[in-house]
Design a protein around this ligand. Structure first.
Ligand SMILES: [Fe+2]
Length: 353
């Protein structure tokens, strides 16, 4: 069967239109002059679906195959290269010349021929640490990529040490110590409540990994590290394996459920975790900063009054147009001893477009 066109949805049009080309371009045009001090490589990750989705519009751009790009800057010149990450999923579909994986993060909708095949697409963030380049997506382990050739080395479990089945795309590297702090949610399998918290040393070796159970199975897209603490924010966009088995959506936002912030000493034990109840129904994807402030923690967050993704709201029965979703840069002052959170809006509240 010949390859069909991509469906005419927002997920495959405009900025999201698949490129599907791996290229090398020398000497990109430069406006102005690049200072001589600027030299090195800038890596970028994007989703770039190699095949039209198997189930048509019942999928989205977040499932697109990971494409790693590199801008190499030297002597005022810029060269560009891009390669697909050769994930197990990419290789299986390339061989079949079509999509074999069904709905976003629902393996029960896949073609039977790929049962058990790693579904991650390594499309979210390139992470550079200890001389290694990782391509990440939060639903699976990171893939290592050779930074010089952009060839895929393979899924990485830190030499067999990592127990977590997943790794965040938003690991934190401490600029003082050089350590990488990371976590994986749904760490013990699909829709599991288990979260793995792990630390990677400056030599790239896994130094510690601890598992803990979250109050509910939430999308934990980002977290924060301060000098003293590791902070795990849970917002009520939740997963349920029975819903997945019935062919339903991975994520449903529960507007009435509270958020929870888990805080532990960053070198401590997960047994020391303190859970603090936060406002109900809110959601955040990213944190701008976090720091210790006496006995308190200041956490800067872009907070929305519901989940900002339309496809998640649609699956949740939340009938709100994107233009009505209110988001703002806010500072949460957290007092772990008093188990309190105080919110102050830092920026002008805005709506999504
Ligand atoms: Fe992100």
């Amino acid at each position: 069967m010949a390859t069909r066109a991509f469906p005419p949805s927002i997920h495959y049009q405009g900025l999201n239109a698949p490129v599907r080309m791996e290229v090398d371009v020398r000497d990109l045009p430069v406006e102005g002059e690049i200072p001589a001090e600027v030299a090195g490589a800038f890596f970028r990750a994007v989703p770039d679906p190699a095949h039209p989705p198997m189930l048509g519009e019942d999928d989205n751009v977040l499932s697109g195959d990971g494409m790693v790009s590199r801008f190499t800057i030297a002597d005022g010149q810029v060269d560009y290269a891009s390669r697909y990450v050769r994930t197990a999923r990419f290789e299986a579909e390339r061989k079949a010349r079509r999509s074999l994986f069904g709905s976003y993060r629902n393996p029960f909708t896949d073609d039977p021929s790929v049962a058990g095949v790693d579904r991650t697409v390594a499309n979210t963030t390139p992470i550079w640490h200890a001389g290694r380049l990782y391509m990440t997506k939060e639903d699976g382990r990171a893939y290592r990529v050779d930074p010089n050739t952009l060839e895929t080395i393979g899924a990485w479990d830190f030499g067999g040490k990592l127990k977590s089945e997943t790794m965040t795309a938003h690991a934190r590297i401490d600029p003082e110590t050089g350590e990488m702090f990371a976590y994986g949610y749904e760490a013990a399998g699909l829709a599991s409540r288990d979260i793995s918290y792990f630390i990677v040393g400056t030599d790239g070796e896994l130094k510690s990994e601890q598992m803990f159970e979250a109050p509910y199975t939430a999308m934990v897209h980002d977290f924060a590290i301060t000098e003293k603490y590791a902070i795990f924010p849970l917002f009520p966009t939740t997963a349920d394996v029975e819903r997945l088995k019935a062919g339903g959506a991975h994520w449903v936002h529960q507007q009435e459920q509270p958020s929870w912030i888990g805080i532990m000493p960053r070198y401590g034990s997960v047994a020391e975790m303190v859970w603090i109840e936060g406002p109900a129904g809110v959601h955040a994807y990213h944190f701008m900063n976090a720091f210790d402030d006496g006995g308190q923690i200041q956490l800067d967050v872009c907070i929305s009054d519901t989940n900002a993704f339309p496809f998640i709201r649609a699956a949740s029965g939340i009938d709100r147009h994107q233009s009505t979703v209110r988001s703002s840069l806010s500072r949460w002052t957290i007092d772990p001893a008093a188990k309190s959170i105080t919110e102050r809006v830092s920026g002008r509240p805005a709506t999504c477009r």
